[in-house]
Design a protein around this ligand. Sequence first.
Ligand SMILES: Nc1ncnc2c1ncn2[C@@H]1O[C@H](COP(=O)(O)OP(=O)(O)OP(=O)(O)O)[C@@H](O)[C@H]1O
Ligand SMILES: [Mg+2]
Length: 245
Amino acid sequence: MSEEVLTITDVGKNFGAVTALRDVNLKVHAGEIVALLGDNGAGKSTLMNIICGSHAADVGTVKVKGQELWSLADAKRLGVGVVYQDLALAPDLTVADNLFLGNEEVRRVGPFRMLDRRAMRKDARAAIENLGISTLRDVRLPVARLSGGQRQVLAVARAMKWAENVILLDEPTAALGPKQVGIVLDSIKRAADHGMGVVLVSHDIPSVLKLADRIVVLRHGTIAADRPPAGLTVSEVVTVMVGED
Ligand SMILES: Nc1ncnc2c1ncn2[C@@H]1O[C@H](COP(=O)(O)OP(=O)(O)OP(=O)(O)O)[C@@H](O)[C@H]1O
Ligand SMILES: [Mg+2]
């Protein structure tokens, strides 16, 4: 088995009286794609937000390659890339600027530090070409002028560009047409082939049964199943998601 890149131990999180997560334990290895499934409100986004450092767990720990992660700064330092369910793009900035948000390239001009826009645009074009996204060719377009699907592809491209150890995707294909779904699933596969641990939240059960190495089902904030997809049917997954009764 390859190296463990993500270790979630006894994680719990409450929002007031709501228990969003309880006793969550999960390990993800380099090169592994883990699909995180569950009904609406099961706790998937809460868990993703804790793994990427945007929420802190009430109890338990998240570790990347053995180092604890408690904040967005930790996540960045530890090479965790994320596609949020609401994408978190800046609509008034261009495609290129969004790709570099929080990771801007600077050059020194005498005593000044300037954003190196030309280098960023060049890099942005290369990142987008790598993903085979011809639909985003003009990296100077403001994101406000992209379609929903194009924004989704951009958010995935950004996460892929900065992740080194772990990549988290919260419903990355929800708004996409079939061609874009193919591009995103291919790039997820490629990220795993490059040794990243991938956690993918999706409601597209047939696709993840084909793509994922492990299926993890959250039900009411706890893990109800954690197993390889071999032999598993869509209706069995749904039964685990909603409970027997
Ligand atoms: N910021 C918050 N404040 C209060 N309650 C919250 C907050 N975020 C999530 N919750 C609650 O925690 C539970 C889990 O929510 P979460 O968003 O993690 O579900 P999910 O599995 O991602 O659902 P979906 O499939 O609809 O995206 C829900 O009961 C939700 O109402
Ligand atoms: Mg969610």
